[in-house]
Design a protein around this ligand. Structure first.
Ligand code: GCU
Length: 601
């Protein structure tokens, strides 16, 4: 009896053999897709009753079965089709008032029909689900994904039916000490299917992934690879860039991989000319088109060089918060609104904090000529000695790089934000850096570090992590958490590294329209005052090569309860969440306009 119970429990949790796990599919929008966005049925399940039995054992009869009473006497205690619904993409917190503070499990169900085709494979692709997603099709487990800000997909070719398919996702955004991020963040823990969900159709053997960028340090040689997936792995593959009259052939090996290198005379991507080329990756059985820009990014001493020329990164930090309506941003419109406000500020660079943002942000940055710092949520005090935590962080890093490695706009991969010094932390982050360099040697590696005083007027950046970075990132709040605004006038900045510095955060807080004198906290005048002193201090830092004020727009935060001022929002935005520009916005805009004339745009 005991062994039968054990067997049933095992069967409940092991993914069904029919559901295959394959790596991430690159550029789903460049393929044949069917959107599953819209209203999904939803069951709120605070006690995970749909997953565990009363003995806290995974149940074989969970909500993923989408069971219906067959007779009048049948006992089924849930019914998706009589439950409420939630919009996908979208966080659940801003869709219903009662869910604003909800942290736990919600089950999503989407029914769909699909006409199966010969020699055709089918995948379900999620842009993101915060935080832990268990995915089922027609009652069978497809798999689990952990991490709220990167995409994942499962193959459903052998499971999908022509009619009556039900895709069920258990999304759980409970915070955990061993998770990434961990328990405390200064951003709202928006839960749900926060980005687009789609079916992706491919031939039996298809172009699963590719990396096509300029070779590190070369402005005339492309180097990368192509990866096929399927049963016909040894194929001819062509890389075509019609506008540049380029067509190069390669042959994939028995694993479906081909290294590609070839000379190319291309117009380089830059903020003042964000040139993108149509690039075709054509195998014998499949082809994918993408829009790719080509540029080089490197450092030389304290200089950052774009296409071989020194550049200053006029930046701003952005959270993935939707303008006006609030909640997780997910659409092209959201991205265009945020990036056009950043452009108004005079930026050529944005720091997407503190996690990979949706793909629209990266694609629009490519088109608009805005360079990007992209980061994984290794934020504050992660469990450095926990191997599962490291694996989780490594997986999020791999997914971030896999999705965005062909975006010319992305110039910096950031490994972490404000993490406390320790040997365990250093070894954790060194492993991430090694992994990032092995996945992509063409971009700069950084992290947002902290500084310390060596005496009352000297700021020192000598975090041991700096040794392993290409660019130093440093967050400082002189004039807000550290003294009053004029304190910045007395400070000098030093570092033990001969490397460029990006001041990755600085700022002060004020709700729009709150006015007073320049020393009254929470007023626009105080924020303006803080920025004026910041700008003059920044101008005195000899190795400074980039600035990213915290932050473009006010955003929701559970750590900011101050009634009438913050109301669970961090008000350090230069713009309110309703698009109103605060006085400090114009201090930064003036600083960037002054700079605009001195170095390449
Ligand atoms: C930190 C942190 C941000 C936070 C900001 C603030 O430095 O990196 O996530 O929102 O400071 O306190 O406003």
């Amino acid at each position: 009896m005991k062994s039968i119970v054990l067997l049933i429990c095992l069967l409940a949790v092991i993914p069904c053999v029919q559901a295959q796990q394959i790596g991430l599919i690159a550029n789903p929008d460049g393929r044949k897709t069917i959107s599953l966005d819209g209203q999904w049925r939803a069951i709120i399940d605070p006690y995970e009753t749909g997953y565990y039995d009363y003995r806290y054992q995974p149940s074989a009869d969970g909500y993923f079965k989408n069971a219906k009473p067959k007779t009048k006497s049948d006992l089924i205690e849930y019914d998706f089709d009589n439950s409420g619904s939630l919009k996908v993409p979208g966080d659940w917190n801003t869709q219903e008032e009662r869910l604003l503070f909800y942290e736990g499990t919600i089950w999503y169900k989407k029914a769909f029909d699909y006409q199966r085709k010969p020699n055709t494979r089918l995948f379900v692709y999620f842009g993101a689900a915060n935080y832990l997603a268990d995915v089922y099709l027609n009652g069978e487990k497809l798999g689990r994904h952990e991490g709220g800000f990167t995409p994942f997909n499962f193959e459903i070719t052998n499971l999908v039916r022509d009619t009556g398919n039900f895709l069920i996702v258990k999304v759980d955004n409970q915070r955990r000490r061993d998770a990434v991020p961990t328990l405390i963040t200064d951003w709202w823990n928006y839960g749900g299917l926060t980005r687009r969900v789609k079916l992706v159709e491919t031939p039996a053997t298809f172009v699963q992934d590719y990396f096509i960028q300029l070779q590190k340090g070369s402005r005339g040689r492309i180097s990368g690879w192509v990866k096929l997936n399927g049963n016909k792995l040894n194929q001819k593959v062509q890389i075509r860039i019609p506008e540049a009259r380029i067509s190069k052939s390669f042959t994939t090996d028995a694993n479906g991989s081909a290294q590609i290198t070839f000379d190319a005379d291309l117009t380089l991507w830059s903020p003042d000319n964000p040139k993108l080329y149509d690039v075709l990756i054509a195998a014998e059985t499949d082809q994918v088109q993408d829009q790719i820009g080509f540029r080089t990014i490197e450092t030389r001493g304290t200089e950052i060089l774009l296409n071989g020329r020194p550049i200053f990164l006029r930046g701003v930090c952005i959270h993935e918060e939707a303008p006006f309506r609030g909640g997780r941003a997910y659409s092209r419109e959201d991205a265009l609104t945020l990036l056009s406000w950043a452009k108004e500020l005079g930026v050529n660079f944005v720091r997407l904090a503190h996690y990979p943002h949706n793909e629209f942000m990266l694609r629009e940055a490519d088109r608009l000529g805005i360079m990007v710092w992209s980061e994984i949520p290794v934020y504050w005090t992660i469990l450095w000695e926990n191997s599962a935590t490291l694996e989780n962080a490594q997986n999020q890093l791999r997914e971030m790089i896999t999705r965005d490695k062909n975006r010319a706009a992305v110039i910096v991969w950031s490994m972490a934000n404000e993490t406390p010094l320790s040997n365990a932390r250093l070894s954790f982050l060194k492993k991430l850096i090694e992994q990032a360099r092995s996945l992509d040697s063409t971009r700069l590696i950084s992290a947002a570090m902290e500084r310390h005083y060596t005496d009352e007027k000297t700021q020192m950046i000598d975090d041991p992590l700096g040794e392993y970075l290409d660019v130093l990132g440093c967050n400082e709040y002189v004039g807000w958490y550290d003294g009053l605004p004029e304190k910045a006038d007395r400070l000098e900045w030093k570092t033990t590294y001969q490397k460029p510095l990006i001041m990755s955060e600085f700022g002060a807080e004020a709700p729009y329209g709150n006015h007073g004198d320049p020393l009254t906290r929470w007023t626009e005048e105080y924020q303006e005052n803080a920025y004026q002193h910041q700008v003059s201090m920044l101008k005195r830092i000899s190795f400074l090569r980039g600035t990213c004020p915290w932050i473009l727009m006010d955003f929701r935060s559970p750590r900011r309860p101050l009634t009438g001022i913050q109301d669970f929002h961090n008000r350090k935005g230069l713009i309110s969440d309703q698009g109103q520009k605060k006085k400090a916005f114009f201090v930064m805009q003036k600083y960037y306009q002054e700079m605009w004339g001195t170095l390449p745009k």
